[in-house]
Design a protein around this ligand. Structure first.
Ligand code: CA
Length: 748
């Protein structure tokens, strides 16, 4: 029974007729202006009722939307106008009941106080069924403690739909959208996830950065019947899995993956169908395709182009399994059908991947046929790690040598390919490869009323600002926009405060000018959330820094960095950071992650501390401090502590990095100080890709490489080590000979 009260208006005004959900004579439209009003009316919603939230900002609103609608008369929750109700602070939404419809809400500038932003359940007992959430936005709604786990959307119950929504910028740990199968009421769920825009998800630097997951290993032998269709995955770079399927009989169809690192992984569960999806890698690092594990998986009519990923992140990976595998390991591939896929300029296809003493069960009863695989390089993308006689190869068309297979392949040429009007390559008049009529457009996904334009302006994307000698850099930075470049006239700049960067700022000495910055505080730059820094053509001199121990010239916020950042330097002279003990050049804050640190053509001299301290993951739980570190053509001299401490702890294999390129550097009298606890000039712990080449190390501490998990690729070659011990490589986890490649180094 409804009670008339001033908190709502009777649903008798004209608006009701225009909404089109056909409320009956008994249905109400509740205009709600605040949380108290919502609470009052929400206790007793009836089929056909409609709750309309007043336009505006709603702070700390934990919405519980509960009721029993019917198929013809759902209970509706919506804003006055789509996109004009903004839920901020500690807001979230829980649905429980049947035939509920939520539409048009925006979550931003905050994060959920619970473990989910939108949950299709109220609690363990009250779930949602036959309900739909459409045209909602969750934009940068991340917990600032990056290590706190939450989901943005969690589907429970059965027959629910999540569609035309916009999810962008999840920066803390936890899957963006998870389908949960953790009770029988949520299994065989027949959910539909369609026409969503999954916007950029930055590298997490740890496990838990998946964009979409269906099930967990524990329930993976259960069928889910979830359909994932017509979604756009735009630069979803969280970790090695973009989508992680961990249940059976799901359909993943007509989705588009744009420049996303990682793969669609059929991690657990059987009889899933991956059909007519498009992967565009555009040559970006670690862009992958589809990874096949388990039984009865169908991978048909997919189009993959320009993918660079390798190993488990390849364009196509068929794994080896573990005989009688425990539920959380790798089940053998059986009855896989891989047919009519097109792979153009896909660098790697790995078969029987991961074969080792544990994963010894090669694929069986599988079929690989009518695929079109063509590379401009004419080199074979195939790598085979075990017996593949359990895969039947038939009628594939390729343009490279296939002697390793014997049969099942015939030849074509790259020049025969044509670009179709839909942007996809095809070969006229053949039966191989994918047939895809329409390519999903970004504009067909997400709500039409919410812009998909990137929010953050990158370094060097804005205007130049001329700065006169002696100006206050703090003032200039305060008035600059993100992406701007400050161009400093010749002269000295004394900096009396910490320059706090919550935007992307470049500082460049004018061409040919002598520009010197003298910090007067223990720190010159603090990179904060949304901040990045580039320095070019200038000198930083520590002579006027405070005479206290433990200064750090550049650092991130010490805690609470949940935006990734970049630090770029070229032709910078850093000197005399030695007014007191342990003056470091750069130190990362806990859980901070640099997308890139690139230092080139620069000089570092007289430093009483270290140069790059990327070693704050001391708990070994996750989130290392830098994804790409590039140090090339630099000189480092008289540095007391470690030059580079790059540390990735833990035993998780869900990340690609860190990556290091250390080339053409001169290292002189570095890392000999007694405070250097690493006893190393470079300490590389758990780094996945390291290239240390063409450097000179003189009178310096040795390089220490500590391999942990993953498949670390370490190459140390063509270096000179003069009065410097040779590199030390250790395997900390696996009892095996070190896998690093040391080649052509000279030790004098
Ligand atoms: Ca994962």
């Amino acid at each position: 029974m409804k009670i008339a009260s001033s908190v709502y208006l009777k649903g008798v005004f004209a608006g009701a007729c225009l909404l089109g959900w056909g409320p009956t004579a008994y249905a109400e439209i509740y205009q709600v202006a605040d949380q108290a009003q919502y609470k009052k009316i929400s206790e007793n919603l009836q089929p056909g009722d409609e709750v309309v939230l007043k336009n505006g900002v709603w702070k700390d609103f934990e919405i519980v939307f509960r009721g029993q609608g019917t198929k013809d008369e759902p209970i509706v929750l919506r804003p006055e106008n789509n996109g004009d109700v903004i839920l901020t602070g500690q807001s979230n939404l829980r649905l429980a009941g049947e035939h509920l419809l939520v539409k048009g809400l925006v979550f931003k500038e905050g994060y959920t106080p619970t473990s989910e932003v939108i949950s299709f359940r109220y609690n363990n007992k009250e779930l949602a069924y036959h309900s739909r959430v459409t045209e909602v936005v969750i934009d940068n709604y991340s917990n600032p403690d990056k290590f706190e786990t939450d989901y943005w959307v969690a589907l429970y119950g059965q027959h629910n739909r999540f569609d035309h929504s916009f999810l962008r910028g999840k920066r803390n740990r936890g899957v963006t959208l998870a389908v949960r199968l953790n009770s029988s009421e949520s299994q065989q769920n027949h959910h539909q996830i369609d026409h969503n825009y999954f916007g950029p998800r930055p590298t997490l630097g740890s496990n838990g950065g998946e964009t979409l997951r269906v099930g967990t290993s524990h329930y993976s032998l259960t069928d889910s019947y979830t359909r994932i269709e017509n979604n756009y995955f735009d630069r979803c770079n969280g970790e090695v899995e973009i989508i992680s399927i961990k249940s059976g009989k799901n359909i993943i169809k007509n989705n588009l993956f744009f420049e996303s690192t990682g793969t669609l992984t059929l991690r657990h569960g059987n009889q899933n169908t991956v059909e007519s999806n498009i992967f565009f890698g555009n040559g970006k690092a670690h862009t992958g395709g589809i990874r096949v594990i388990n039984q009865g998986q169908k991978v048909v009519n997919n189009y993959l182009e320009g993918l660079t990923g390798f190993r488990f992140g390849s364009g196509l990976t068929v794994m080896n399994g573990v005989p009688n595998s425990p539920i959380n390991r790798y089940h053998q591939v059986k009855d896989a059908l891989i047919q009519n896929n097109t792979l153009i300029n896909v660098e790697n296809i790995h078969l029987a991947a991961g074969a080792d003493s544990e994963r010894s069960a090669a694929p069986v009863d599988s079929n690989f046929s009518k695929n079109l695989i063509v590379n401009q390089s004419q080199t074979s993308p195939f790598e085979i790690f075990d017996d593949i006689s359990g895969i039947e190869f038939a009628d594939n068309l390729v343009n490279f040598d296939t002697q390793a297979f014997g049969q099942g392949f015939s030849q074509t040429q790259y020049a025969q390919l044509k670009r179709d009007n839909n942007g996809l390559y095809y070969l006229p008049g053949i039966e191989q490869g994918a047939r895809i009529e329409r390519v999903l457009q970004k504009s067909e996904t997400g709500p039409a009323w919410y812009s998909k334009k990137d929010l953050l302006k990158p370094l060097n994307s804005g205007k130049s600002i001329s700065v006169a000698s002696g100006s206050s850099l703090a003032d200039v930075i305060a008035s600059a926009d993100s992406g701007d470049t400050l161009v400093l006239a010749a002269g000295d700049y004394t900096v009396s405060r910490i320059l706090q960067l919550d935007k992307a700022i470049s500082i460049r000495g004018e061409k040919g000018a002598e520009v010197t910055l003298y910090p007067q505080r223990g720190t010159l730059f603090e990179i904060q959330n949304k901040g990045s820094l580039a320095l070019y053509n200038l000198t930083i001199n520590g002579a006027k820094s405070p005479d206290s121990t433990g200064n750090v010239l550049i650092r991130t916020k010490k805690w609470g960095m949940y935006y990734n950042y970049k630090l770029l330097m070229d032709q910078v002279d850093v000197r005399d950071l030695d007014v007191n003990k342990a003056f470091d050049f750069f130190a990362a804050g806990a859980r901070s992650l640099a997308d890139e640190i690139r230092i080139t053509n620069s000089r570092f001299s007289n430093i009483s501390g270290g140069v790059l301290l990327l070693n704050k993951e001391t708990d070994d739980l996750g989130i290392y401090n830098a994804e790409y570190v590039t140090l090339e053509n630099n000189q480092f001299s008289k540095v007391q502590d470690v030059l580079l401490d790059l540390y990735r702890g833990g035993r998780d294999e869900s990340t690609f990095g860190p990556h290091l390129s250390f080339q053409h550097n001169k290292v002189f009298q570095v890392a000999n100080g007694k405070r250097n606890k690493t006893n190393a000039s470079l300490r590389l712990h758990g780094v996945q890709q390291s290239l240390v080449a063409e450097n000179q190390f003189v009178d310096s501490a040795k390089i220490v490489v500590e391999h942990t998990v993953g498949d670390p690729n370490t190459v140390i070659k063509n270096n000179l080590f003069k009065n410097t011990a040779k590199p030390e490589v250790k395997e900390l986890v696996f009892e095996q000979a070190p896998t690093a490649i040391l080649n052509n180094n000279r030790v004098e």
